[in-house]
Design a protein around this ligand. Structure first.
Ligand code: FE
Length: 128
């Protein structure tokens, strides 16, 4: 799913565009889903791809929505990110390539992984 940056710019808010398309990061503790405990699915804010579920969300204390696994691993792409003088693993939506956040190896016992994701990269769909 390839859209031009001009198209993304029209469809997304400036904050979403910065985070999703320019690999930005929202300030910790400010995102709308950090404290969300409702049951449902977290979709890619850009393309609607199903990325995460409330069942694998946990409170990491980091300031960003955190999940110990994606809903469908094939919907997430990972790449080494060496920006800001750190070596991290970036995670992206596999359908549209938008930036979601990073995955770290300090997650809870279920997987040992912590998918640290910007709220602005997600759209929550409440379970009906
Ligand atoms: Fe997407």
């Amino acid at each position: 799913m390839i859209k031009s940056e001009e198209e993304w710019k029209k469809e997304l808010t400036p904050e979403q565009y910065h985070i999703l398309r320019e690999k930005g990061t929202e300030a910790p503790g400010t995102g709308e889903y950090y404290h969300n405990k409702e049951q449902g699915s977290y979709l890619c804010a850009a393309c609607g791809n199903e990325l995460f579920s409330s069942e694998k969300k946990y409170d990491s204390g980091s300031g960003w929505p955190s999940f110990w696994a994606p809903e469908k691993s094939e919907n997430i792409d990972a790449a080494v990110d060496e920006s800001l003088g750190m070596r991290r693993v970036e995670v992206m939506c596999s359908r549209c390539g938008s930036h979601l956040g990073h995955v770290f190896d300090d997650g809870p016992k279920e997987s040992g992984k912590r998918f640290c994701v910007n709220s602005a990269s997600l759209k929550f769909k409440k379970k009906e």
